[in-house]
Design a protein around this ligand. Structure first.
Ligand code: T4K
Length: 384
């Protein structure tokens, strides 16, 4: 048994002295929020890191999703097709935006099945909110085709796909808007935080305003004419701004992400080798054309997932069954016609088998990953 608990994930922490130095700079500046210097620097540094042209920081991923849906101006009560195999925030954001979630099944990729999306379309469908779950990309080409055919908007929830690339291109290139989450449990974190990425300049401006109460963005020309931000409020916006201390945290942890990804890659290799001879545990393979974000390490255990989970708990290894139960089984969604079990049979099958194993560099650096492998092998009835 481990003396201290082992978790599914642990946050990256910035270097303490560098953090205190920058916190002190913010403190002395008395500029604490409202798109300050650190906020602007984090946006710039994220663009460089992800090789993208724009990013809008938001104070968490859930609000980012709500703002994304609002920015698209969909008619009230429109249907939005989404996956049940995700965190509660995904369907919740649809409801908070005044829209209706409709669940469609996933396929072997663990992401929305294009055929199921097409079958779920009705005259009131206006958008698809698809999730790159565990950083495994959705079939973006097929979704793009469906969106064009039926004139639908596409939002990607890339909460798990920080720095994922498809054929070398940033994952944020697909769809109308992509959301990123920077929560403490994410590979890159700003404690709480998130962002939206999109190509359309109109949408970027709208997102800028929506996250700041709808206060109109003032162009430099207008500013020269003496028009100030705050003079006009055109949108019913919200307070989605990230504060300067969190932006500092984000700037510093960003510098550690690449190294953490390398170390997590080594952990992945150790897990793969340790379980390669066990037929009851399945490790999904990232397609060769995808750069793995290394956010989670999901495995699928047929028949005995809960037994393994409980044995791990007895050893003080606290894994998470992301995403069991399915969102469609939550009390607030269970009554939807699309939540019917036979509509979501693949999602049910995967949710009943999934376990996210501990996946953070600490377990490699102190070598506890080897002990974890041994305990999992034992829990699966394999000795040695
Ligand atoms: N879309 C998707 C697909 C998502 O997965 C999420 C969030 C969102 C949207 C929404 O993004 P945000 O609004 O959160 O930015 C966690 C996270 O709170 C949540 O952000 C995340 N997905 C979800 C998958 O996981 P819980 O309830 O499982 O977290 P919790 O507190 O049990 O933490 C998990 C483990 O992490 C703990 O066992 C230990 C470790 N931990 C956690 C925290 C908070 C730490 O070591 N330190 C910490 O400070 O939801």
């Amino acid at each position: 048994m481990f003396e201290k608990p082992i978790y599914t994930t642990r946050p990256l922490l910035p270097d303490k002295s560098a953090m205190l130095e920058l916190f002190s700079e913010v403190y002395d500046s008395k500029w604490l929020t409202n798109m300050g210097k650190q906020h602007q620097l984090l946006e710039q540094e994220l663009c460089e890191h992800l090789e993208i042209d724009n990013i809008s920081l938001i104070n968490n991923g859930t609000l980012a999703l709500i703002i994304a849906l609002k920015a698209l101006n969909l008619p009230a009560n429109s249907e939005v097709i989404t996956t049940p195999f995700t965190f509660a925030a995904t369907p919740h954001s649809i409801v908070w935006a005044g829209l209706k979630p409709v669940f469609a099944d996933i396929d072997d990729s663990m992401t929305l099945c294009p055929k199921a999306i097409e079958a779920a379309i009705t005259p009131t469908t206006r958008a698809i909110l698809a999730v790159h779950v565990y950083g495994f990309p959705c079939d973006v080409e097929a979704i793009d085709k469906i969106a064009k055919k039926y004139d639908l908007k596409v939002i990607y929830d890339a909460a798990h796909a920080f720095s994922t690339r498809i054929y070398g291109q940033p994952i944020t290139d697909s769809g109308d808007i992509t959301m990123l989450s920077f929560h403490a449990t994410k590979l890159f974190n700003s404690i709480e935080g998130g962002a939206l990425v999109c190509k359309s300049v109109n949408l970027q401006d709208k997102i800028y305003e929506l996250r700041n109460f709808g206060i109109q963005k003032i162009s430099s020309n207008k500013a020269k004419e003496g028009i100030k931000a705050g003079d006009f409020v055109n949108e019913i916006g919200i307070n989605g701004k990230m504060n300067e201390f969190q932006a500092v945290w984000g700037r510093l942890t960003l510098r550690q992400v690449a190294e953490e990804q390398v170390l997590r890659g080594k952990i992945a290799q150790i897990y793969k080798e340790a379980f390669s001879d066990i037929p009851t545990i399945f490790i999904p393979k990232m397609p060769a054309h995808v750069t793995n974000s290394r956010q989670y390490f999901p495995v699928f255990i047929k028949g005995s997932r809960d037994e393994v989970y409980n044995i791990l708990l007895q050893h003080n290894i606290v894994c998470r069954k992301y995403f069991y139960p399915l969102c469609s089984d939550f009390g607030c969604y269970a009554q939807l016609p699309s939540s019917a079990k036979d509509n979501l049979s693949n999602a049910h099958e995967l949710a009943n088998q999934v376990l996210c194993l501990p996946f953070y560099s600490e377990i490699l650096l102190d070598e506890s990953v080897y002990k974890i492998c041994k305990i999992i092998r034992g829990a699966l009835g394999e000795n040695g």
